[in-house]
Design a protein around this ligand. Structure first.
Ligand code: LMR
Length: 396
């Protein structure tokens, strides 16, 4: 049965971690997987999460199953965070929500729901998009097309080209959008552009699916949610996949959520039960621990305030590193070629490098990032920025 299955190539992002670990060069730098790191290169457990952990250990009392819909209160708490109190109240029972095993689990569950509801659906993805989007939608049996998005020359979104290519989409197609901190480019739509995109979706009968894995990393929790709030106010149907990996630092706890807005007044139950069935068929129920921690933080005003401070300091640190790297590129004689790094947001920037140049940088300088040129800015430090800038300038 299995003898024809050969060894597969490593995952383009996760595979870098093993290579980095095995590298003995003391100057090695890991700019691969999108995780936040301190100046000491550590990915810490956030203080608010640590405190929630202490409370949970004292109070949890049982490890009995939770429901396929997840930890009690989790989706409500996340919904308030992302939609805001007013919109959450307005959406009422038009919104269904379910806890998922990470943002990736939310994407997969959403694609399965779409495939179940309308198997012939086409999903439009940005050019480029996160390396796991297309494999995940294809695994659910869906097909995809690409819309124009990133303009390497200006290191920003080419909105006109984006709107023009979405003009070819057909009513009922799904458009996958990054709510903030676009992965891999770091280039987001401005608020006014979200309105233009939303108008086009309405006009053409397209269904928006927002993927949000970095709320709080661009400008702040509310600012970053503007896109979601606009789309979920304006559109009759919309999906949102959400990850707590980065903003709560809960990576390995696989903590995420999926929200779907529907036209029916009983969407909460109609789609909620369909999502719960899909969860049951796939993995039965999501892991409880991370969602319990995030819920504890979000439901306690002191813990929430402390978490927001920690999130701001992570954001400020990454933005400082962006400016530091852009300046270092100028010092290395790269001119304006990489100036976009300082204007982009979130963890990533897409450097204008070929796969061959990336391979040389990895082999000769032990600096690890995916072959598309995406760097995890959070992997930089004040100490390694000159080394990284010099190595990259050296292959141009
Ligand atoms: C990334 O893009 O590096 C992260 O989202 C981690 C992953 O699963 O790829």
């Amino acid at each position: 049965m299995f003898s024809h299955l050969d060894k597969l190539p490593a995952d383009p992002i996760l595979g870098l971690s093993a290579l980095f670990k095995a590298d003995t060069n003391p100057e090695k730098v890991d700019l691969g997987v999108g995780v936040y790191k301190t100046a000491e290169g550590k990915t810490p457990i956030l203080g608010a999460v640590q405190q929630a952990y202490g409370r949970l250990c004292a109070d949890e009392g049982s490890k009995v199953y939770i429901a396929p819909s997840g930890w009690p209160g989790f989706t409500d708490a996340v919904a308030k965070l992302v939609f805001g109190d007013d919109l959450r109240a307005n959406l009422g029972d038009h919104l269904a929500g379910i806890q998922t095993p990470g943002g990736c689990g939310a994407l997969r569950l959403a694609f399965e729901l779409i495939a179940y509801a309308k198997p012939e659906t086409t999903v439009w993805v940005s050019t480029p998009t996160w390396a796991n989007h297309v494999p995940t939608l294809a695994a659910a049996g869906l097909k995809h097309k690409q819309y124009a998005y990133y303009d390497q020359a200006t290191a920003s979104v080419d909105v006109e080209a984006m709107l023009a290519s979405l003009g070819d989409a057909q009513a009922g197609d799904v458009v996958l959008l990054h709510a903030c901190c676009h992965n891999p480019t770091g280039a987001d739509l401005a608020v006014a552009d979200w309105k233009r995109v939303s108008d086009l979706l309405l006009e053409k009968g397209l269904i928006p699916f927002l993927d949000m894995a970095y709320q709080g990393f661009a400008a702040g929790l509310d600012d970053d949610a503007e896109s979601v709030r606009h789309i979920f106010s304006a559109q009759p149907e919309a999906l949102l996949s959400y990850s707590c990996s980065k903003n709560f630092g809960l990576y390995r706890e696989r903590t995420g959520a999926l929200f779907v807005k529907g036209t029916r007044a009983d969407t909460k139950d109609a789609l909620g039960t369909n999502l719960a069935r899909l969860a049951r068929e796939n993995y039965s129920m999501p892991p409880a621990h991370g969602a319990a921690l995030a819920t504890t933080v979000l439901e306690d005003s002191d813990l929430k305030a402390s978490w927001i401070m920690e999130l701001s300091s992570m954001r400020d640190r990454v933005n400082g590193l962006r400016r530091g790297l852009a300046d270092a590129f100028v010092r290395e004689g790269c001119g304006e070629r990489f100036s976009g790094v300082a204007r982009q947001t979130g963890m990533f920037s897409l450097l204008n490098l070929t796969a061959e140049q990336v391979a040389v940088i990895q082999k000769d300088k032990s600096i690890y990032f995916p072959s598309n040129g995406r760097i995890n800015v959070a992997g930089l430090t004040d100490e390694n920025i000159p080394y990284v800038a010099r190595a990259i300038a050296g292959v141009l």
